[in-house]
Ligand binder design. Structure first.
Ligand SMILES: [Zn+2]
Length: 369
């Protein structure tokens, strides 16, 4: 419930966000459905529906005749009324996607970033990419904002990149603020893996249980969805899955410890032994399951997807052999449902969530009111 209140000024009211969350879940609805789901009065709902219609976010989609009384107007969401851009920042590439209000990915582009790029170089590339994506289509005026899924560590709440792993010029960079100034659009900043798990939660809807997204690209990270929401941790630093130790006598890692999953994995991958690299990740995933008892593990990231079958097989096998010691313990292992777009798409969905509420939360609204 709290996440839905995130930026309700934009919609001139909490109730509008609740109605939008419902509309984005069920796609077609009528006034009585909203009254039932939200507990608002029919008069209040009529006002909200009138405002959302005037803003072009919903539109009438016919009538339903009940036999007695006046037929009820059925409304539907207008997916192309609003869009968000999502950016996935990796060490060498910038991926951009255009996502509509319903969460559909329309365009996806990848462009190279200069080696060890600075914040200024990144902003120039981001602005050029957004212009190219929205310039001719007339989408620009319907852009809600830009979501950036970035290499951590970063402070999500304050929009601050603390020290992006492997990038020298990113120490305490107030990226959200400088990007908003540069682009003239609202910006949402989150860790790449957290954006990614948000996209998976959207795709799976209300049935998505506790889950992790394991990403191998620009290092190895984990994004977590726990108790129905993204888990960022006390310092928004959750997800340093690659820096958990799998070998006490292992090689020294960039973080200073020995035998981190990331360095052990990378040494195997660099030597061309993908089977071993995949087994290292599988050991880490089983450790996670033993700690967090997850229902779903999603595998993602360009370096993993290049050998998707090997990683999927190794993790699935390890989960069955080592983690599921009882038949009531079940964990689904899948590849990312959006492939290489998952981080960028999730970043865009976070922007839409912030302004229009979380679709699957509408279910809990119905139950809770
Ligand atoms: Zn490490």
């Amino acid at each position: 419930m709290t996440r839905i209140t995130a930026d309700v000024r934009f919609l001139r009211g909490y109730n509008q966000a609740r109605v939008m969350a419902l509309g984005r879940t069920v796609r077609t609805f009528e006034r009585s459905t909203v009254v039932e789901a939200t507990g608002l009065t029919p008069q209040a709902v009529s006002k909200v529906i009138a405002r959302l219609s005037a803003d072009g976010l919903i539109r009438p989609a016919g009538v339903r005749r009940t036999g007695i009384g006046k037929p009820a107007v059925v409304y539907e969401l207008v997916p192309d009324s609003r869009y968000a851009i999502g950016a996935h920042v990796a060490r060498r590439t910038l991926r951009l996607v255009l996502v509509d209000l319903a969460g559909t990915v329309h365009h996806s582009t990848v462009s190279p970033l200069p080696g060890d790029f600075t914040p200024e170089q990144f902003l120039v590339a981001l602005a050029a990419g957004i212009d190219a994506m929205t310039g001719s289509s007339g989408v620009r005026g319907r852009l809600t904002g830009v979501g950036i899924g970035m290499i951590g560590p970063l402070d999500h709440a304050h929009g601050l990149v603390r020290d992006a792993h492997g990038l020298q010029h990113w120490h305490d960079v107030p990226l959200r603020e400088i990007a908003e100034k540069h682009l003239g659009l609202p910006v949402h900043l989150d860790k790449d893996v957290t954006a990614g798990i948000t996209a998976e939660a959207w795709r799976h809807g209300g049935t998505f249980g506790d889950a992790a997204l394991i990403m191998i690209e620009s290092g190895i990270g984990g994004g977590f969805w726990l108790g129905g929401t993204a888990h960022r941790g006390a310092h928004t630093n959750a997800g340093e899955f690659g820096h958990t130790v799998v070998d006490l006598n292992g090689p020294r890692c960039v973080c200073g410890r020995h035998g981190c999953l990331e360095i052990v994995h990378n040494q195997a991958a660099d030597a061309g032994d993908i089977d071993r690299a995949a087994r290292v990740v599988a050991v880490g995933v089983v450790n996670l399951l033993q700690t967090l008892d997850l229902a779903h593990v999603v595998l993602a990231g360009a370096d993993l997807l290049r050998h998707s079958r090997t990683y999927l097989a190794a993790v699935t096998e390890a989960v069955q052999a080592d983690a599921r010691r009882a038949d009531w313990l079940t964990t689904k292992v899948t590849l990312s449902s959006l492939g290489a777009d998952v981080i960028a798409a999730g970043a865009a969905m976070q922007v839409l969530d912030q302004h229009y509420g979380i679709p699957e939360l509408a279910h809990s609204l119905i139950v809770g009111s």
